[in-house]
Design a protein around this ligand. Structure first.
Ligand code: PEP
Ligand code: MG
Length: 577
């Protein structure tokens, strides 16, 4: 019998395939007491398993190193480091000796101890590292019983992955293995994992509670990543229907592909800028797969996360130069680091007790201004990268003008350092600010006077305006880009840019959603920075729109307070010929 289950669709597309249910790695060893005379052999057996586990990881690393995103390599390196860590091996050997027990049991005890240590950590990022501990324990346990099967040589090709949650590294690894789709029990549409899935073009559903109980391993599934539902064990009629939807999707995709390289101009000849968002230089390839265009948002924090520390100036520069070169003269908008909330690293700085509301805490530019000596290498590197092609600086999460003044002063300091050293850079490099805190939108006029451009970050702007945690699926029902308050703030920002004569872009997810393209055009938005896989769809709407036909409808939307009326009017814009 087919079953229909609903979650939150976060990455559109239809996937049809067999379910691959990822079990939480369980520690299921049993205790055996050994005579003292056998302990030495047991320790040797454990050490051999460690060597084998380490060899397996090195082999995987070699196998994937050539054509794989750096993330996967970092992911494997973390596990290798854990394998070599005395907390793992010496602790387990001590357990074998102390409890006169088998290696599996000693390892399980040690794993549980380490998991508990991570569990009790205040830092939310560090708490998530317990998953790495569990993975490493499982790998060694498999090696102890001579089972060489690992998740990395397990083939996920064409499968639909069902997991409780996925790290960005998991998501990337799965894309590398050509999975058909994925479903997680937790997470919201704006979690960075969901954003990554959209970027990678994998149909995905999150927040599908109890998915691992409701879906059987190997069961055939249809996943609708747009509407957020699955059909388990579909009947032949449903399969036939969704196969045809999938075919239609690919026909539509071919039509859209013909827009690649075409100018983005409305029917009444208004030139619109359409750029892509990236997390790392390698993502430029994905943008170029769709269109030969620039980058309106480069989220540099991924570099910090991958290194698990603040990078030095050379590492920043090497990375940004790579991006500039890949863009062949197209602009690169580098956003300074936005760590905090759901993007964290384990740095050595003592941040005191864990914040209760990290999204409202020492995040993004606030964190950079609190550590200016650590921020300076990034500013210097961005400036230096501007010698190789058009680069713009973008400052995230500005709240007040004092912060902006401090950043501008630091940028001046960085410029003076480079001038003194006779290092070239673009002296008039544009500096822009993200408008993603309601206070900044309300004060956009003042920000616009001091900046070269503004960029609206709707993911955070909606989170902070509506007081809903963007990664909490329990309040996801309140997430509403069409809330009149949100629309007013967006409109105020666009107007502020227009009055100051500076460009205003939108780089939040709202810009990638074609339901809103005409609304935004009618509000006067002239610059969209979107997910790579939305580039051609947004372009398709833009080039089939006439600005003068949108104005009246948009004015009515901005005056309306009833959400039903706003939705209907937005739909009318979508339906305009
Ligand atoms: C946003 O908030 O809309 C944005 C683009 O920034 P991020 O999603 O990285 O917080
Ligand atoms: Mg943001």
């Amino acid at each position: 019998m087919s079953i229909y289950i609903k979650g939150i669709g976060v990455s559109k597309g239809i996937a049809i395939g067999e379910a691959f249910v990822l079990a939480r790695e369980q520690l299921d060893a049993t205790q055996t007491t050994l005579p003292q005379s056998e302990l030495k052999t047991e320790i040797k057996r454990f050490q051999t398993a460690l060597t084998l586990a380490s060899k397996q990881l090195h082999d995987i690393k070699k196998k994937i190193a050539k054509n794989t995103a750096d993330d996967i390599v970092v992911f494997i390196d973390t596990h290798l480091l854990m394998l070599e860590d005395p907390a793992f091996n010496e602790g387990t050997i001590a357990n074998i000796k102390e409890h006169a027990c088998n290696a599996e049991w000693a390892l399980q005890m040690q794993g549980e101890r380490l998991v508990q240590v991570f569990d009790e950590m205040e830092d939310p990022y560090l708490r998530t590292r317990k998953d790495d501990v569990l993975h490493v324990v499982k790998r060694i346990q498999k090696a102890l019983v001579g089972n060489e099967e690992t998740s990395e040589n397990q083939s996920y090709k064409g499968k639909i992955i069902i997991a409780d949650d996925l790290t960005p590294a998991d998501t990337i690894m799965m894309q590398h293995q050509k999975v058909a789709g994925f479903i997680t029990e937790y997470g919201g549409p704006l979690s960075h994992t969901a954003i990554l899935a959209r970027n990678l073009g994998i149909p995905a559903i999150v927040g599908l509670r109890h998915a691992r109980q409701l879906i059987r391993h190997d069961e055939t599934l249809i996943v609708d990543g747009l509407n957020g539902f699955t059909i388990n064990s579909p009947d032949s009629k449903s399969l036939k229907y969704y196969r045809s939807v999938k075919r239609d999707e690919s026909v539509k995709r071919n039509l859209l592909n013909s827009l690649s390289g075409q100018p983005t101009i409305t029917l009444d000849k208004k030139q619109i800028t359409l750029h892509g968002n990236i997390d790392r230089p390698a993502d430029i390839k994905t943008i170029q797969k769709y269109d030969d265009t620039g980058v309106g948002l480069y989220r540099t924090e991924m570099l910090f996360i991958e290194l698990n520390q603040w990078p030095d100036q050379d590492t920043h520069l090497k990375t940004y130069k790579r991006a500039v070169k890949k863009l062949n003269g197209k602009p690169l908008t580098i956003r300074t680091m936005d760590l905090g909330a759901d993007k964290e690293i384990q740095d050595t700085i003592d941040h005191g007790p864990m914040a209760h509301n990290p999204a409202m805490g020492l995040r993004a530019i606030r964190r950079c201004l609190s550590e200016p000596q650590d921020f300076m290498p990034q500013l210097l590197a961005i400036l230096r990268a501007s010698a190789y092609g058009p680069v713009r600086i973008l400052i995230p999460m500005l709240t007040n003008l004092e912060e902006l003044d401090q950043v501008l002063a630091l940028i001046e300091d960085a410029k003076n350092i480079l001038k003194k050293k006779k290092i070239t850079f673009d002296k008039s490099i544009p500096v822009g600010g993200m408008i993603e805190v309601p206070a900044a939108a309300l004060a956009a006029d003042a920000f616009a006077k001091k900046l070269d451009f503004l960029s609206i970050g709707t993911n955070d702007l909606i989170q902070y305006t509506l007081a809903i945690d963007r990664i909490d699926d329990e309040v996801n029902y309140l997430f509403d880009p069409l809330h009149p308050a949100v629309l007013k703030l967006i409109h105020m920002t666009i107007e502020a840019g227009r009055k100051a004569g500076i460009p205003v872009s939108m780089c939040g997810e709202m810009a990638s959603d074609t339901q809103y393209t005409r609304l935004l055009l009618g509000m006067g938005l002239e610059y969209f920075s979107v997910q790579a896989n939305a580039l051609l769809e947004v372009k398709h709407i833009i080039i089939h729109s006439t600005l003068s036909n949108l104005q009246e409808g948009v004015e009515r939307i901005l005056l309306a307070s009833d959400s039903g009326e706003i939705k209907n009017r937005v739909q009318q814009l979508v339906n305009l010929l």
